[in-house]
Design a protein around this ligand. Structure first.
Ligand code: SF4
Length: 440
């Protein structure tokens, strides 16, 4: 167990720590790292990102006896993830004398907001910063019947998909569990969506003089209709290259005692990292979206280079095997419409043929390309997109055209992160080659 009173460090004491996660692309120095805890400069430990059991362990390490630690963890967990409080002082069923003790040792973190933009169509976009000063993005897209938060999993990305602005940025590091779940919490803060009303339960413990619910009275406790109804792991980064942290963050999001969002309302989007796809279905159980974007090897090799490693046919077989996929839970295939690249009628017919060959419960999202400065592609014409969509529809597969959102604030992935380092094309190729080697 980690001692919260010690100064945590890497195995060598001060050297670089490996990034937690199944695949560990770029080790970077991480001072004061306790496993699973987002590091803070002042030495306090950030509780956001930790499950109840780990919070109890931290409290015990800090000096509470096991019974008290478990009880406090249950209370604090509820306040953190279900009520969204950001100060221990607001935890009214914890004794007043206990709250400063918590505040001296722990912190309730949120990513820092560097910039917040609001589109005329309601889309909201935030540039966020980690405690160690790395920037990443989050986007909220409201629709008539839902509100979708697009969450990032990495700072930058290794996969350099040619149509994606994030793909031009250097991978800095994986986001921690706290930084991932913190995005959802920040969105709830911004949308004013934490449950309102008073608590109607209490923890009758009497431990170390704590009174129960000392400021609260019984009353209504509601988690009423919300704007934020859906989450897509479709922001910066490839979530399956940060599998463990994404899984642990989504477990907090799905926990009924936590953020309490149904797994049916969560979608993880991958560019096709086949070895992790089954794990995603088994260990997280969320909906799957696949960035397909092309139906021939040549074109997909060019625009989604991970295709050189994991080809289309193997990818579609992995989709057919995805645990939990059914007609009620179809797999979404994302298809960005690039002029004269992947948008012909033949491409549309081949798409239908492939999806039928693997008998996939599929829907296709057609995405008009949103060009960014330096992009080497143009968006297909509206007529071309319409023709493509109709062919797929006639093939018996739903293929709606996604309405471009937030164009006045450049809401596509990676477009706000202006401070990100740019890689040269040669460097991208080198990094990609390294990634391929690493994946074996
Ligand atoms: S589309 Fe996704 S996986 Fe591809 S470069 Fe962009 S962020 Fe990375």
């Amino acid at each position: 167990m980690t001692d919260a009173n010690q100064t945590p460090s890497g195995p060598s004491g001060a050297g670089p720590m490996p990034i937690p996660g199944h695949i560990d692309p770029v080790p970077v120095p991480r001072p004061n790292l306790v496993e699973g805890v987002t590091p803070r400069e002042d030495g306090r430990l950030d509780l956001i990102g930790l499950p109840k059991k780990r919070i109890a362990e931290m409290f015990e390490t800090a000096g509470l006896d096991a019974k008290a630690a478990k009880l406090r963890a249950k209370q604090v967990y509820h306040w953190l993830y279900h009520r969204g409080v950001t100060e221990f002082e607001a935890m009214t069923d914890i004794a007043k004398t206990m709250r400063p003790w918590l505040a001296e040792r722990f912190v309730i973190g949120r990513p820092e907001i560097v910039e917040a933009q609001h589109s005329s169509d309601g889309t909201r976009k935030w540039l966020l910063r980690t405690a160690d000063a790395h920037d990443f993005e989050m986007v909220f897209i409201p629709d008539a019947d839902r509100g979708t938060l697009c969450v990032s999993s990495q700072v930058g990305c290794t996969l350099n998909c040619r149509f994606c602005h994030t793909g031009t940025m250097r991978l800095v590091r994986n986001l921690t569990v706290g930084e991932i779940v913190g995005q959802v919490m920040l969105a709830r803060d911004a949308l004013g969506e934490w449950p309102k009303g008073r608590m109607d339960f209490s923890f009758g413990d009497g431990i170390d003089g704590a009174d129960v619910a000392d400021d609260e009275e019984e009353g209504s406790y509601t988690s009423d209709g919300r704007l934020l109804t859906n989450i897509v792991m479709m922001g910066m980064g490839e979530p399956l290259y940060n599998f463990d942290n994404v899984r642990d963050a989504l477990k907090l999001v799905m926990d009924g005692d936590g953020l309490a969002l149904s797994k049916r309302r969560i979608t993880l989007s991958t560019s096709g990292v086949i070895p992790q796809m089954a794990r995603c279905g088994e260990e997280i159980g969320v909906n799957l979206a696949v960035s397909l974007h092309a139906v021939t090897k040549d074109v997909r090799d060019e625009i989604v280079p991970v295709n050189k490693k994991y080809g289309i046919e193997d990818l579609l077989q992995a989709c057919a095997d995805y645990p939990g996929a059914s007609n009620a839970r179809r797999i979404t295939f994302e298809y960005v419409m690039l002029k004269d690249k992947n948008d012909s009628d033949d491409d549309a017919r081949e798409l239908v043929r492939l999806l039928k060959k693997y008998d996939l419960p599929a829907k296709v999202n057609l995405i008009p390309f949103n060009p960014w400065p330096g992009a080497q592609y143009e968006c297909s014409t509206p007529e071309r997109i319409k023709s493509f969509s109709e062919i797929v529809f006639r093939g018996g597969i739903s293929a709606p055209v996604r309405t471009p959102r937030g164009r006045d604030i450049d809401a596509a992935c990676g477009q706000l992160k202006t401070a990100a380092e740019k890689k040269s094309r040669a460097e991208l190729e080198r990094l990609y080659a390294e990634k391929e080697k690493e994946l074996g």
